[in-house]
Design a binder for this molecule. Structure first.
Ligand SMILES: *Cc1c(COP(=O)(O)O)cnc(C)c1O
Length: 393
């Protein structure tokens, strides 16, 4: 028997791993000191922070001093872009990103335009990949930063970050990558990737929500975006979230120690979903890159069905999934990602993202394979292709 509910929205967030929870617990009650305090509890908290920073630095193959703990992925993305932009304004005002970035990047670029910055938003191909040649062609004398995500949250596509970093560095341009979806799934070795800045969020790899990392390479021109105390070597003011940071580091360490095993587990379930759904549902297509995609990500479009209706129907069956990104579900806007992939509206409207994780089982996947084709058929029967969408809802 399959365990219910079937949680298939690990790209939105993940449950905290039991070992992570255990590692965090002491820092709320038993050792609740402020890491800046000099007495025993303060020193204990400071030690926990130092050791968390060492752990993260090991996974990133960087120096501990290059790791800044933040309040999540969005904050890390904002700080990466704004901190680089404002620190380099004397050199140039041009940024390069791509059309399928998370809103934490795209909206920050729009925000920066108020201050005189300009952004080139590069297109992606039908699989969601950025062409490194297009990055090279977009670089101008006044370009200060290229920010391209490592892996996409909606369709799972992995970007050729190494090649993109190489062409940017040939022209002396800094490179940031939003690695929030890649954390816990792909190598985060910043030297092999060749990036200068990188963002992570703890809750995407079985760590706590509201925790993140911004890596800034030593020597990269960047300035802090939050003013106040001298925490994080003056790079991110505010009392540190000790328990959260300990949890993030533990989660990252666990994930990267188990990277291969988790990949095998996730890929098996992902491929079972992809193969099963594409064969059992007519007019269905996989979105994103067929092979160069996150091991846990299965994303689809079904012709002439509404994504919201699929989610509601699945919820009734205790299957938790998402359509497009979590931020856009509930709004009628089509996903900017699917639009950038060139999917026509009658396909993009019926998008479904299923992202598997550690606690999912083959029995749960088979349950989805039994329920979903029938649901799509029912929804299509209720709203035949000739019926306008507005009349059907
Ligand atoms: C989730 C996500 C973010 C935002 O991270 P938060 O921790 O939720 O602020 C940014 N970028 C990508 C690619 C994400 O998937």
């Amino acid at each position: 028997m399959e365990q219910l509910p079937v949680y298939l929205d690990h790209a939105a967030t993940t449950p905290v791993h039991p070992d992570v929870l255990a590692a965090m617990l002491p820092y709320w009650r038993a050792a609740p000191g402020n890491p800046s305090s000099i007495y025993g509890w303060g020193r204990e908290a400071r030690h926990a922070l130092d050791s968390a920073r060492d752990t993260v630095a090991q996974v990133l193959n960087c120096r501990p001093r290059e790791v800044i703990f933040t309040g999540g992925g969005t904050e890390a993305d904002n700080a990466a872009l704004q901190g680089t932009a404002f620190a380099n304004f004397d050199r140039g005002n041009h940024l390069i990103t791509c059309a399928i970035e998370h809103h934490a990047i795209l909206h920050t670029c729009e925000f920066l335009e108020q201050f005189g910055f300009e952004t080139t938003v590069l297109p992606v191909d039908e699989y969601g990949q950025v062409d490194p040649g297009a990055v090279a062609a977009a670089i101008r004398p006044e370009t200060i930063l290229v920010s391209i995500m490592y892996a996409n949250n909606e369709v799972g596509t992995i970007q050729p970050i190494r090649d993109i970093a190489r062409v940017a560095h040939e022209r002396g341009v800094l490179v940031h990558t939003d690695a929030v979806q890649a954390g816990g799934a792909l190598s985060l070795d910043v030297n092999s990737l060749g990036v200068d800045l990188l963002s992570l969020a703890g809750h995407k790899f079985y760590g706590p929500k509201g925790t993140g990392v911004l890596y800034v390479r030593e020597g990269a021109e960047w300035q802090p975006q939050q003013q106040g105390g001298s925490q994080e070597r003056n790079q991110r003011a505010g009392t540190e979230n000790t328990a959260g940071i300990v949890g993030l580091a533990k989660a990252l360490d666990l994930a990267h120690a188990q990277l291969a095993a988790r990949r095998v587990h996730d890929q098996y379930l992902r491929d079972r979903l992809i193969t099963g759904l594409l064969s059992d549902i007519p007019a269905a297509r996989l979105t994103g890159h067929p092979t160069n995609r996150l091991p846990n990500s299965a994303s689809f479009c079904f012709h002439n069905v509404e994504g919201e209706s699929i989610l509601l129907g699945l919820d009734v069956k205790s299957i938790y999934a998402s359509s497009g990104s979590a931020c856009t579900s509930g709004s009628l806007e089509l996903s900017h990602v699917l639009e950038a992939l060139g999917l026509p509206a009658e396909w993009a409207r019926g998008s479904l993202r299923l992202t598997v994780g550690l606690d999912n089982t083959a029995a749960q996947i088979d349950y989805v394979l039994r329920e979903l084709p029938a649901l799509i058929e029912t929804l299509r029967a209720m709203a035949p292709p000739t019926t306008p969408l507005a009349a059907a809802s």
